[in-house]
Design a protein around this ligand. Structure first.
Ligand SMILES: Cc1cc2nc3c(=O)[nH]c(=O)nc-3n(C[C@H](O)[C@H](O)[C@H](O)COP(=O)(O)O)c2cc1C
Ligand code: SF4
Ligand code: SF4
Length: 251
């Protein structure tokens, strides 16, 4: 039996949640990073997978679905993790469940957890924090008991199966500012190859999925989206993004 932590986490919030859960579940975990092109793999009913994605516009990021489709579940147990940036996750968990079941996974449990919003960083800033870690660790204890008893009924969670919310969250396309040194780190780490390594100052706007990874990784702090536009959108979304949001566990 092997444990796999399969994650798509451009700016690291989703990975933080996944790491808290794998640490609390215990044992050795092999990492499958969906921010890179992944090899095809086939699992078995003996395997356990934590599959973690951020919510993008209430959906699973399309590139993560594309890369998950290279994995054959073979009856492996999946724990679904959706990480959201203090608004809502809408159909993300149900879409992830539909994709994984189609691939032959058995969905054993699901978690929706809060992390700092990767675009509007003032929302859920610093989360997952120590309280989240304690709560997620408690979840993992109950999850371990459920995994040990080996009986997995249908998981009831909010969201639609099919006819998902149309995706509409990818309007911001970061570009380099004057301080760009041409180091190429953003091009190398962009999950979808939207930055030309020979000309990292520009971006292929059609490919870019607005994941904000290039901004988070740039060592010269030289990648940005228009701050005025981001501030205006954040202000419009304040009623949806503000306040303290909860983590949820579906067993
Ligand atoms: C393109 C995009 C769309 C997003 N859409 C949502 C959303 O619909 N609801 C929400 O609560 N957070 C949303 N977020 C915030 C992310 O879900 C959250 O910050 C998550 O932690 C990002 O994952 P990462 O840190 O692993 O990159 C969005 C972020 C991005 C970049
Ligand atoms: S990571 Fe920053 S400095 Fe390096 S090429 Fe990209 S934008 Fe330029
Ligand atoms: S160019 Fe777009 S897709 Fe690539 S890392 Fe930057 S925001 Fe993400």
């Amino acid at each position: 039996m092997s444990n796999y932590s399969i994650h798509f986490s451009p700016t690291g919030g989703t990975k933080k949640v996944a790491d808290i859960l794998t640490r609390a579940l215990g044992g050795a975990w092999q990492e499958v990073d969906l921010c890179r092109e992944n090899e095809a793999m086939t699992l078995t009913g003996e395997d356990l997978c934590l599959v973690s994605v951020p919510s993008y516009g209430g959906r699973v990021p399309a590139v993560a679905v594309e890369r998950l489709r290279r994995i054959r579940g073979g009856g492996a147990k999946a724990v679904l993790v959706c990480v959201y940036g203090n608004r809502e996750w809408d159909d993300t968990l149900t879409e992830l469940q539909d994709v994984l079941e189609e691939l032959g996974f058995v969905c054993a449990a699901a978690v929706a957890a809060v992390a700092e919003h990767s675009m509007f960083r003032q929302y859920a800033a610093g989360r997952p924090d120590a309280d989240d870690a304690a709560e997620l660790t408690g979840f993992a204890g109950k999850l371990r008991e459920k995994l040990e008893c080996g009986v997995f009924g249908p998981i009831e969670m909010p969201g639609k199966h099919g006819d998902y919310k149309p995706f509409g969250g990818g309007a911001f396309k970061p570009e380099a500012t004057g301080g760009c040194t041409g180091c190429g780190i953003c091009a190398e780490r962009c999950p979808v190859g939207a930055i030309d390594p020979e000309k990292p100052q520009t971006v292929d706007r059609d490919r870019c999925i607005s994941c904000m990874r290039c901004i988070a990784l740039c060592p010269a702090n030289a990648r940005a989206v228009d701050a005025n536009v981001v501030a205006a959108v954040a202000q419009r979304l304040e009623p949806l993004l503000g306040g303290h949001k909860e983590n949820h566990l579906y067993l």
